[in-house]
Design a protein around this ligand. Structure first.
Ligand SMILES: Cc1ncc(COP(=O)(O)O)c(C=O)c1O
Length: 400
């Protein structure tokens, strides 16, 4: 008999990690594979942030901190929300955790009762449904087609809400869609929520700074101030400052929720690494020119990928408005045969074909709740992206 909790029976490991592992396994056999499975900035953390971490360690900032974060980091986060998003929060409204992922996990743990429903507009970030299931909730997946820009609409939202709905998750710019909601679109969703007092909103804004074509980023909190008492605004330093490994995420929200999340933290991880918190203060309060440089590089890569994929007969790509992924439609490949006679039954088969024959690792749309698509990460050099597109082109052209 297994000693693993039955809780785990419903949880899948991360699909992007799995894609990366498959790429590594092929590489170990000597196959030259381009891995576009995992998404993280390929830039080093800006030097002044790393220097601040050294300085903090040398100055003895090496002890446990308050569970919700040091006063300095929570002040810096409150200032960031004011400066960049026009949101009025105090340090008491802020909680810091080991990544945005832990923020989301803590928020669900603090609120979900068995069978509570969480609305997940698809395509969604792979970890959302798994966290919901792990904590006894029920993911309610709402497919958001290309016709709506891969975004949730008021009609789709209204139809998905039931008396058991506890949360609506929003993510903008979206992983994997790259979709960005305008203020008008957010207000329209807010109007639906106004009629459903039991629904909390989690707005995952971690890709806020990776946004293209001069678009303005509008936080859900700014668009829907009337819902402040039931909104959790989630963000972090991972993507904006190339700090994925430092593991710092943060959120602003209603006091009872933030307090409950800090309690969970105090009884599990105690606090975020004190040195990483000092680095976060430097990231948020320091010069922001590297953030702008990263953004420009991601936009150039987005342009290259959109242009390249659109030239491939059989693939579609609505231009991502932000983040560093391309969610590529492959409907016209489904049901067709590879040169080895394998029928491409679904997007999992397409991704497997692209890996084994095209030597490009991607993640099938099935992992994100909306098929048939596959996701590639564009967080790599233009040279590598150009080579990957050429390989995808060759592989797709061979499908009969
Ligand atoms: C939408 C989304 N939210 C959260 C995260 C995780 O952020 P963190 O590294 O701060 O845990 C990711 C990382 O890929 C993401 O894509």
């Amino acid at each position: 008999m297994s000693y693993i909790s039955s809780r785990l029976s419903v949880v899948k490991p991360s699909a992007s990690m799995a894609a990366s592992q498959a790429a590594k396994a092929l590489r170990a056999k000597g196959v030259d594979v381009i891995d576009l499975g995992l998404g993280e900035p390929d830039f080093p953390t800006p030097a002044h942030i790393t220097e601040a971490a050294y300085a903090a360690a040398k100055a003895g900032q090496t002890l446990y901190t308050a569970a919700a974060g040091t006063p300095e980091v929570r002040e810096a986060v409150a200032d960031k929300f004011k400066r960049e998003n026009g949101l009025d929060y105090t340090a008491d409204d802020i909680v810091v955790a080991n990544g945005a992922k832990q923020i989301i996990f803590n928020a669900l743990m603090a609120t979900l009762e068995s069978g509570d429903e969480v609305i997940l507009p698809a395509p969604y970030f792979v970890s959302y449904p798994e966290m919901v299931k792990l904590l006894g909730g029920t993911p309610v997946v709402v497919e958001c087609p290309e016709a709506t820009g891969l975004k949730l609409t008021p009609e789709l939202l209204e139809r998905a809400i039931t008396p058991r709905t506890k949360w609506l998750f929003l993510n903008m710019p979206g992983n994997p869609s790259g979709a960005v909601y305008s203020s008008v679109e957010l207000k329209a969703l807010g109007a639906v929520l106004a009629g459903h007092q039991q629904v909390l909103v989690l707005s995952d804004e971690i890709y806020e700074h990776i946004i293209f074509d001069g678009r303005e980023f509008v936080s859900f909190g700014k668009a829907c101030p009337d819902l402040r008492d039931r909104s959790l605004i989630v963000n972090g330093v991972a993507k904006a400052y190339a700090m994925t490994g430092w593991r710092v995420g943060y959120a602003a929200g209603p006091a009872p929720l933030v307090k409950a999340m800090a309690t969970i933290q105090s009884q599990s991880v105690t606090s975020v690494c004190s040195i990483a918190q000092a680095a976060t203060v430097a990231a948020l309060n320091g010069p922001q020119d590297e953030v702008a440089r990263f953004r420009a590089a991601f936009e150039a890569r987005r342009n290259l990928v959109v242009d390249g994929i659109r030239r491939i007969n059989g693939l579609t790509l609505p231009p991502p408005e932000g983040a560093f992924y391309a969610y590529i439609g492959c409907a016209s490949l489904i049901g067709r045969k590879t040169p080895k006679g394998i029928v491409l039954e679904d997007d999992t088969a397409v991704a497997a074909y692209l890996l084994n024959e095209g030597r490009v690792a991607s993640v099938p749309g099935a992992a994100y709740g909306l098929s048939p698509y596959f996701r590639i990460s564009t967080a790599t050099s233009e040279e590598v992206l150009a080579e990957a597109i050429a390989r995808i082109n060759t592989a797709v052209a061979q499908v009969e």
